[in-house]
Design a protein around this ligand. Structure first.
Ligand SMILES: Nc1nc2c(ncn2[C@@H]2O[C@H](COP(=O)(O)OP(=O)(O)O)[C@@H](O)[C@H]2O)c(=O)[nH]1
Ligand SMILES: [Mg+2]
Length: 217
C-alpha cells in the first residue's frame, strides 16, 4: 500500500525545532499506509497544529482540492508576528477574502494541503518564498476547484530566524493578488489557467470533483 497523505516539511537550518515537530506529528497522527492523493506542506517550526491534520484530510477526502490552514478564521491566531509583516499579511488576506472573494481567510499561508491534481496539473511559475502557495490557490479558484479551510495558530519561531522576506517578495505576491481580483471582477475564465497533462491514472482519485472543461496549454 502507498500512503494516503504525503507530508512535505521544507527545512532550512531548523536545528532542534524539527525534532519537536516530528514528535508532535508522531503523537497526533497515525501513520497508516495507502495511496497518496493528498500532499501537505507542513512548516518545520510548527509544533502546535498537528492535531488539525485529521480535519484537513477529512476535508480533502470530501473533495476539497486545497485545504488552507487559516490564522484569521474564528479559532485561528497569529501570535508574535513582526508589525510590518502582520499589517501586510492581514490587509492582503482581508481584501482577498472580502474583495476578491477568495474562499479562504488566509490566502498567503504556506501551511496547506493540496490534492494530487493541484500538484500534478497546475503549472507553478513562482520562484520565490512561499509564493507558489498563493499561486496554486488563486489558480485553483479560477478553475472553480473547491477550497476549504481549518483554523490554526501561527506562532513566531522561538529559535532560528524567519526566512520570510516581506518587502523583497512583495512584487511576486502582488502578481497573484491582482490575479485573484481579475478572476472575480474581470471574469477571467478557467481556460486562462495553464494546465499540465494529467500524469498517471494512479493519481486520478486525488479529488472528488470532476475536472472542469479547460484547455491544456
Ligand atoms: N527548503 C527550504 N526551506 C525553507 C527555506 N526557507 C524557509 N524554509 C522552511 O519553510 C518553513 C517556514 O519558514 P519560516 O522562516 O518559519 O517562515 P515564517 O513562518 O513565514 O516566518 C520552515 O519549515 C523553514 O525551515 C528555504 O530556503 N529552503
Ligand atoms: Mg515560521
Amino acid at each position: 500500500m502507498t500512503p494516503e497523505l504525503d507530508i512535505v516539511i521544507p527545512v532550512y537550518n531548523e536545528g532542534r525545532n524539527i525534532v519537536a515537530v516530528l514528535a508532535a506529528l508522531k503523537r497526533a497522527v497515525a501513520f497508516a499506509a495507502s495511496t497518496a492523493p493528498f500532499i501537505l506542506m507542513f512548516p518545520a517550526d510548527d509544533h502546535v497544529n498537528a492535531p488539525m491534520l485529521d480535519r484537513m484530510v477529512a476535508l480533502a477526502r470530501g473533495g476539497s482540492d486545497i485545504v488552507c490552514a487559516s490564522r484569521f478564521m474564528p479559532g485561528g491566531a497569529m501570535i508574535g508576528c513582526p508589525w510590518l509583516k502582520a499589517a501586510l499579511v492581514r490587509s492582503a488576506n482581508f481584501t482577498l477574502h472580502h474583495g476578491a472573494r477568495l474562499p479562504t481567510t488566509d490566502a498567503s499561508n504556506g501551511f496547506r494541503m493540496f490534492s494530487r491534481r493541484v500538484i500534478d496539473r497546475i503549472e507553478v511559475e513562482s520562484q520565490v518564498g512561499f509564493c507558489y502557495s498563493i499561486e496554486l490557490l488563486v489558480k485553483a479558484h479560477r478553475l472553480g476547484w473547491t477550497v476549504a479551510e481549518v483554523p490554526v495558530t501561527w506562532i513566531e519561531r522561538q529559535s532560528g530566524e524567519s526566512r520570510f522576506r516581506v518587502l523583497k517578495w512583495l512584487p511576486a505576491y502582488l502578481r497573484w493578488y491582482g490575479y485573484a481580483f481579475a478572476t472575480t471582477f474581470l471574469r477571467r475564465p478557467p481556460r486562462t489557467v495553464a494546465l499540465k497533462e494529467p500524469t498517471s491514472a494512479v493519481h486520478s482519485r486525488g479529488s472528488g470533483n470532476p475536472d472542469p472543461p479547460v484547455r491544456y496549454s
